[in-house]
Design a protein around this ligand. Structure first.
Ligand code: FES
Ligand code: FE2
Length: 401
């Protein structure tokens, strides 16, 4: 897991105007809330008074949970603004001057595509990756489904690698329209990878063989339950591909025909090494009537369920660092490209030292993801989470030398 990228925190529709939402991301608790103008903010969840959870259980009855754009700590009522600074400490009197150390980390936040995103890290604006731009979003001729959140019990890098894998479809997704392998001719076509034009990742397109034309009077295939009807039963090729943007965002393009396309975006929220929340945005440029949203949603859930049951049982849970621990094939080229980008992020010093973090977090230490203000000001109460310097240090830590 890495700091210094944009992570989905909560769906817009799930962030109310009078209650905060707590979320664990990169192993750390955060709290999201809206100010009096409805603008979303994301700050560290650990109160720097005596450690209560700002987004935790509230015993205050009908007293407001948010006051004057601040989230109220449920323990002694300290009021934290969207900038992370405490505005009021009730025990010394409302309006009294608060100490400089009465603050928590606050993260740059953007609400887009129906999702509240936060930039989790301390990299200055000039050098940090921007949030991915989706060129089709909101454009005429494109319809977006509501964001689907999948809460899955495995590591996000395993999840991303699965989405980049053109060799699993025929085996994991019998309803994708390519069920039934011809053992005499089947093989995964070669493909090229290239860097994404928005930087911070790579891109590939791959040709899947279309299934043969159905013979008259024969069962066509098992894929007639697709919401897009029988378009998959034509004798033609499907182009599909995708790539990554940062460690946790995966665009996927599926071109059923030249003018019928899905554009899917997986914004992944690593909760910990054992759990991920996938914020899945599906767009299409056909079947634009909203009445198709429900069936497409249901279909995507079925497909996701097929992946989930495989990924839930991968060993080891984390992606091996050493190439000697797996036997990769040419079809795994996109996975190799993803890992090459992760190495670049390692060498920026942005990878979290999860071993050290797990050994200390929550017992004698409450860690925080460092926010940009840490570069310019002191007086931080929580310890910044431990990071790994570069790939060489990571190899030593993971015994992969
Ligand atoms: S622990 Fe938050 S106000 Fe005391
Ligand atoms: Fe899949």
């Amino acid at each position: 897991m890495y700091i210094n990228f944009w992570y989905p925190i909560v769906r817009s529709e799930d962030l109310g105007y009078d209650t905060p939402e707590k979320a664990m991301v990169l192993g750390v608790n955060l709290v999201a809330f809206r100010d009096i103008d409805g603008v979303a903010h994301v700050i560290s969840d650990t109160c720097t008074h005596r450690g209560a959870s700002l987004g935790g259980p509230w015993s205050g009855g009908s007293a407001p949970r948010l006051i004057n754009g601040c989230v109220v700590c449920p323990y002694h009522g300290w009021e934290f603004g969207g900038d992370g600074k405490v505005k009021n400490i009730p025990s010394i009197g409302y309006g009294e001057k608060v100490p400089a150390r009465a603050k928590v980390d606050a993260y740059p936040t953007e609400e887009k595509y129906g999702i509240v995103f936060a930039f989790l890290g301390d990299e200055p604006e000039e050098t940090r990756p921007p949030l991915l731009e989706l060129e089709e979003y909101g454009q005429e001729g494109w319809m977006a489904n509501d964001v689907l959140v999948l809460d899955v019990p495995y590591y996000y890098e395993r999840s991303i690698e699965n989405g980049l894998d053109p060799a699993h479809n025929e085996f994991v997704h019998p309803t994708h329209g390519h069920s039934g392998i011809n053992r005499d001719t089947y093989k995964v076509h070669d493909y090229d990878v290239e860097d994404h034009n928005q930087g911070w990742g790579f891109w590939f397109m791959h040709r899947f063989d279309g299934p043969p034309l159905p013979q008259k009077g024969h069962q066509t295939s098992k894929n007639t339950d697709t919401p897009w009807g029988d378009t998959q039963n034509k004798d033609r090729d499907v182009y599909a591909g995708g790539g990554t943007y940062g460690p946790n965002i995966m665009p996927t393009y599926i071109n059923l025909t030249e003018d019928k396309m899905f554009r899917q975006y997986f914004f992944e929220q690593p909760v910990s090494e054992h759990r991920t929340k996938i914020f899945f945005l599906n767009m299409r440029n056909f079947l634009l009537d909203p009445k198709h949203n429900g069936p497409i949603h249901a279909r995507n859930k079925v497909i996701a369920g097929q992946d989930i049951q495989i990924l839930d049982q991968l060993y080891p849970e984390l992606t091996p660092l050493s190439p000697t621990k797996e036997v990769l094939m040419p079809a795994d080229k996109a996975i190799v490209a993803y890992r090459a980008w992760l190495e670049k992020f390692d060498n920026k010093g942005w990878r979290i030292n999860v071993k050290e973090f797990n050994a200390r977090n929550g017992t004698d230490t409450a860690f925080a993801i460092p926010c940009p203000d840490r570069r310019t000001s002191g007086n931080w109460v929580l310890e910044a989470m431990p990071l790994i310097k570069d790939r060489e240090e990571r190899k030593k830590i993971e015994n992969a030398v």
